[in-house]
Design a protein around this ligand. Structure first.
Ligand code: GDD
Length: 347
């Protein structure tokens, strides 16, 4: 039986990965932060289900910047694989809390790989990098693992630092460190302040008569949106490869926030027609004429990365991984998951 440690197990990706590793018969350990309110809803089914994970899943309290306890934990559980998925992950918020963002995503990663370096048999290490390391490329090409790093927000800066550090430590110390340069990957487990979940929840609530209008920021932003459950399989495959490397994890296609919202509202039974432009753009229901989408400049970012689309060729060739669900299909599955809101209530 292999042993894995997931840092960030209570998040969207961590919870899907824990399920996947338990199903593969791993002993799974997860690092959780102490907080006055429990934040374990995403892993609760796994913790309480005999078949799914009970007995194979152990949680430990820890913090990314508490190096002493992390070293002790590594020595105690001797993991074969460590998946580092933790840290402040909201790009917009990183402009408001840049220091925490950089400490967790940048220095936090350095702490972890320094601790690994001291082990007699260092575990294989997966670092959750991000498309945000590339910033706003203007060459019109899809990004590859060799695209220069040019982040445009504090979150991207921290991820670029950690990605490059993994490359340096891989070369200098021979460690098995890999970065998955993941583009946006979404699911019904997504946090509510990311745009896809905000849209899918609003579409369902408006359909159920529980909300009137969805207020969004930049409708023109385009994202390469995939399905998170598929991306955690790539994470596992990355650590099964013969040698450590970095991989672009993406669908290779973008849709705009406007197109994603239109697909979500259609799935909820409301076709939306857009009119106006900039801050005055609105989306109306075609059937009733009611305004259901409006632009609110509070959600604009000081700088927005608008042209990120990944070239996942290396992941396909080396890992045999390819995204299956993309763009509008992600929107549809997320709206369907809000099912309770969509059924049995007046439109
Ligand atoms: N959050 C949010 N809320 N974003 C909005 C809104 C809104 O009301 N309206 C428009 N947007 C636009 C943002 O400006 C951005 O261009 C796009 O929607 C996506 O925003 P997010 O869903 O917040 O995701 P992100 O692309 O900034 O970051 C996510 O993906 C990265 C790449 O995989 C996060 O998961 C990052 O942690 C991740 O690294």
């Amino acid at each position: 039986m292999k042993t894995a440690l997931i840092i960030g197990i209570t998040g969207q990706d961590g919870s899907y990965l824990a399920e996947s590793l338990c199903a593969r018969d791993y002993a799974v350990h997860g690092l959780v932060r102490r907080a006055s309110m429990f934040n374990r809803a995403r892993i609760d089914p796994l913790r309480h289900s005999e078949a799914a994970g009970q007995g194979r899943l152990t949680l430990h309290y820890g913090e990314l910047n508490d190096l002493t306890s992390f070293r002790r934990l590594l020595r105690t559980i001797e993991p074969d694989e460590v998946y580092h998925l933790a840290g402040q992950s909201h790009v917009g918020l990183s402009f408001e809390i840049p220091e925490v963002t950089c400490q967790e995503n940048g220095m936090g990663t350095l702490h972890l790989i320094e601790a690994l370096r001291d082990l007699d048999q260092p575990a294989r290490f997966y670092h959750a990098a991000s498309s945000e390391i590339f910033g706003s490329p203007t060459d019109g090409r899809r990004q590859t693992e060799d695209t220069p790093l040019a982040p445009v927000n504090p979150y991207g800066c921290a991820k670029a630092f950690a990605t490059q550090l993994c490359r340096v430590y891989r070369r200098a110390h021979g460690l098995f460190l890999c970065s998955g340069i993941a583009y946006n990957h979404e699911s019904p487990r997504r946090g509510e302040n990311f745009v896809t979940r905000k849209i899918s929840m609003a579409a369902a609530r408006i359909r159920a008569g529980q909300q009137a209008v969805l207020r969004l920021g930049n409708l023109d932003a385009r994202r390469d949106w995939g399905y998170a459950q598929e991306y955690v399989e790539a994470m596992w495959l990355t650590l099964q490869a013969d040698k450590p490397d970095d991989y672009i994890l993406a669908t290779g296609r973008t849709v705009s926030v406007r197109e994603f919202a239109a697909a979500a509202f259609t799935e909820a039974g409301m076709e939306v027609v857009f009119e106006g432009s900039g801050e005055n753009e609105i989306g109306r229901r075609r059937d009733t004429g009611a305004t259901v989408i409006a632009v609110d400049s509070r959600y604009y970012r000081p700088v927005d990365s608008t042209a990120l689309v990944g070239d996942p060729t290396r992941a396909k060739q080396v890992l045999g991984w390819a995204a299956k669900t993309e763009g509008e299909a992600v929107a549809r599955l997320m709206v369907r998951a809000e099912g309770a809101l969509l059924t049995g209530r007046p439109a």
